[in-house]
Design a protein around this ligand. Structure first.
Ligand code: SAJ
Length: 433
């Protein structure tokens, strides 16, 4: 941001679940934003003022900023004052972090960088990635003095600032959440801070890039470990014939106890992935984080086994699996335990399995040729005798007892605490696990 008093031109690299809302919010603050994505289809969609992902209120926001000329998209990086990189950081077959998209973004940005520019990495990244990005830029542009590699005032600033927004609440949280801003140098952090101040109302705290990288990983590992505790309890409760929801409800009355909610496992692209970045960086020192990952993945297989036994025990019943998304009220099916469980059942029981997913127009690819069909909740309540709750969508939560009292229910999310035990079932089939 070389200019004072005027708003910077911004480029957001990667227009996915984080990049597009971020680009739109920055544009709404008055900055001209160019969004860059490798997909021509995504670029065309955004330039029409439309969106390719589902997120509350994002459609109206994008439509507004595109029509005002504040946001446009391209497959080509162009000159700007601030570059925000929000590309995926997946892991490989041995859970090793793959930062190739980050480095590719750095390579694409390097040729257009000029003195005074700020480069900010937002992608969840293993510790040291921002420095690796800096090194890649320094190699591509030996004419630029890069931070941490020169004793003089650097030409550009590079910082790490992780997003921490919750899908379904992204637009609100992008503005209201506090942000950790880690500069390669304190000067870099200050430059990035000035940028975030343009649109963030939460407190922006400055630190170094490595601490900010670790902070992001720690946040998601913390949640993973705590969900693992709840999931382990649910399996213990199954074993002991206890209602885990009742036990958690009671325990949480303790002023310093706050147990999270068991479910069919942990999905999404963050919590099931990021802890591995810590484990990979310190394999000997992370038995707890690694075990939590194992517990949460194991929960998915536990639910498959129980659901399988339930369906097999009711050979003449039609079965409805409620939900495919990785969590409530979103259309994101990535790394979804619900999807995993439902597809396993579909593969084994074929046309007896019906899927209810209000956010899907068709079943995902792995359901092809299984015989399973997508139906709506009303049809499921009319036709299916067995209901397996896999996602706590509001649409399912509000089904009154009268419409499900006679059903055999396996509620992995605990959305129907009033569900009675159906005679002839083992009592714990009603219970969540
Ligand atoms: N889940 C449970 N029980 C719970 C809470 C969650 O089973 O009590 C499951 C969900 O059903 C889902 C998974 O865990 O399958 C993850 O859901 P989530 O709501 O915990 O988190 P995400 O993946 O949607 O978003 C997380 C958030 N991180 C934290 O809460 C620490 C979000 O703030 C991050 O920005 C996001 O990861 C990210 O992008 O890293």
């Amino acid at each position: 941001m070389s200019r004072t008093g005027s708003l910077p031109e911004v480029s957001v690299i990667g227009l996915g679940y984080i990049g597009l809302p971020t680009a739109a919010i920055i544009a709404r603050s008055g900055c001209r934003v160019l969004g860059v994505d490798v997909s021509q289809k995504v670029v065309d969609t955004i330039n029409r003022g439309e969106i390719h992902i589902e997120e509350v209120d994002l459609d109206g926001l994008v439509q507004g900023v595109v029509s005002r000329g504040l946001l446009s998209a391209s497959t080509q990086v162009q000159s700007a004052d601030v570059f925000v990189i929000a590309v995926p950081t997946p892991f490989g077959p041995d859970h090793e972090p793959d930062i190739s998209y980050v480095l590719a973004a750095g390579k694409a940005v390097a040729p257009v960088l000029k003195q005074g520019d700020v480069v900010i990495l937002e992608s969840t990244s293993p510790v040291g990635t921002t420095e690796a990005l800096r090194d890649m830029i320094a190699e591509a542009r030996p004419d630029l003095k890069c931070p941490g590699r020169t004793s003089e005032t650097p030409d550009i600033s590079i910082a790490y600032c992780p997003e921490r927004v919750l899908p379904g609440h992204i637009l609100k949280e992008l503005i209201e959440n506090d942000r950790s801003i880690g500069g390669i140098t304190p000067r870099c952090a200050r430059k990035a801070l000035a940028f975030y101040k343009l649109f963030v109302r939460g407190t922006c705290v400055v630190t170094d890039s490595r601490s900010a990288e670790m902070t992001k990983l720690v946040e998601n590992a913390y949640r993973d470990v705590n969900i693992a505790f709840a999931n382990e309890l649910s399996i213990v409760a199954d074993r002991m014939g206890l209602d885990v929801w009742e036990v958690i409800r009671l325990a949480n009355r303790h002023p310093r106890v706050n147990i999270l909610t068991p479910g069919p496992g942990v999905g999404g692209h963050c919590i099931a992935v990021d802890p591995w970045f810590i484990v990979h960086g310190a394999p000997e020192e992370t038995p707890l984080i690694r075990t939590a990952r194992g517990v949460n993945d194991g929960k998915m297989h536990h639910v498959v086994a129980r659901a399988d036994a339930l369906v097999a025990a009711h050979p003449n019943a039609k079965v409805a699996c409620l939900g495919l998304a990785f969590k409530a009220n979103i259309d994101d099916f990535r790394e979804s335990p619900a999807r995993f469980v439902a597809s396993r059942l579909a593969r084994k029981f074929g046309e007896r399995i019906h899927i209810v997913e209000p956010h899907a127009a068709e079943l995902p690819i792995e359901f092809t040729d299984t015989g399973a069909t997508l139906i709506d909740i009303d049809t499921a309540l009319e036709d299916c005798q067995v209901l397996i709750v896999l996602v706590d969508h509001d649409l399912f939560r509000v089904v009154p007892l009268a419409e499900r009292a006679s059903k055999v229910v396996y509620d992995t999310r605990g959305i129907w605490p009033d569900q009675p035990v159906v005679s002839g079932n083992a009592p714990d089939l009603r219970l969540a696990s």
